[in-house]
Design a protein around this ligand. Sequence first.
Ligand code: MN
Length: 257
Amino acid sequence: MRILVCNDDGISSKGIIELAKSMSRIGEVVVAAPDEERSAIGHAITLHKPLRIEPVKLHDVDIEAYSINGTPADCVKIGVDVIMKRKVDLVISGINRGPNLGTDVLYSGTVSAAIEGCILGIPSVAISLVSYKSDDFSYAGEVAVEVAQKLLEHGLPKGALLNVNVPAVPKEEIRGIKVARLGIRRYAETYIKRLDPRGRPYYWLTGEAIDTSQEDMQLDTDIFAVKENYVAVTPIHLDLTLYSFMDAVKEWFNKGQ
Ligand code: MN
């Protein structure tokens, strides 16, 4: 089995090395990841500058790896097409430093890499550790292997991928795996205004997730699951069409005709 490993934290992040190590237990791994951090870049791709593929030696492991001056979606596209010559059985992205829960999957480069795999017709998974501080990706690596094995055993519907979030607590405190829907992630966001050395104002977005609203914390959401120390597994799909509203919109345009 040939596995493409990608992320959005960059080729030298600890999470991707742990993921590559874990996945090498079940298949032949190739790492293709951005040369620097591209978190929150969403599904951007590079059209107006050349992309370069640089072979790199990963810290502490002997796994084929490439650094690319592009986005996570670029890395999967070029990784599948050029590096792996379209022979890829699984795309797995992560292990992200920090959660990718609820509506944040739309901003996430980690999830976008998996989405790109899905667009290319390859079974794909995104995996994140719910902490910006923890350096211990080992349990999340075990989860990645378990999820990949289940996925390859059972398959995924067309246009679907799995998004996985692992609480950053000791393994003994994990209560199990919960299949959960995406919640709604809200932030108390502020643009901090400062002055640059030339006296001109600039703005920097800052904010923390609010996890108190009852609506966001419904029991079946991924946000609630990780708060309760469950690993959250969410099947997501790419068809954003709101089928239940289509007839109503058709009516708008039929009126008076
Ligand atoms: Mn990231």
